[in-house]
Write a protein that binds this ligand. Structure first.
Ligand SMILES: Nc1nc2c(c(=O)[nH]1)N=C([C@H](O)[C@@H](O)CO)CN2
Length: 117
């Protein structure tokens, strides 16, 4: 399986269990791995034969402006399903990190992986 990766993507969104946390935007950091057969693009040199990673970042930022979630788990699932459906990815692995929410640690969050069903 070939992979397109996006590392340490900083995104603004409203996220958190308590209502006060969802009142203002906070920065989350995403690592995204997209499984896709890149062999055609490797030969053709055409962006239409692959997934345009810039389009993925734009769509991720857009949907996280439009939606607000309580759990990082739900946010990660939402992004996996969006990338699978809208970009025809074969599988998606996403790490969602909240960097500033608890004192005494660098970041916390989840990693999930979903496949095309
Ligand atoms: N497994 C999780 N635990 C917690 C989450 C979460 O999204 N997943 N969120 C919170 C709160 O939003 C916290 O970050 C700030 O109050 C608590 N635990």
């Amino acid at each position: 399986m070939d992979t397109i990766f996006l590392s340490e993507v900083k995104v603004q969104t409203k996220l958190g269990v308590p209502e006060w946390e969802r009142m203002t935007q906070q920065t989350i950091i995403l690592d995204i791995e997209i499984g896709y057969d890149l062999s055609k693009a490797c030969q053709s040199d055409h962006v239409n034969d692959t997934i345009d990673y810039g389009a993925v970042v734009s769509r991720v930022r857009e949907t996280l402006q439009e939606n607000s979630f309580q759990l990082v788990e739900k946010l990660a699932e939402h992004l996996c399903q969006l990338i699978l459906k809208e970009f025809n990815a074969l599988n998606v692995k996403i790490k969602v990190a909240k960097p500033t929410i608890l004192p005494g640690l660098k970041a916390l969050g989840v990693v999930i992986e979903r496949k095309l069903s």
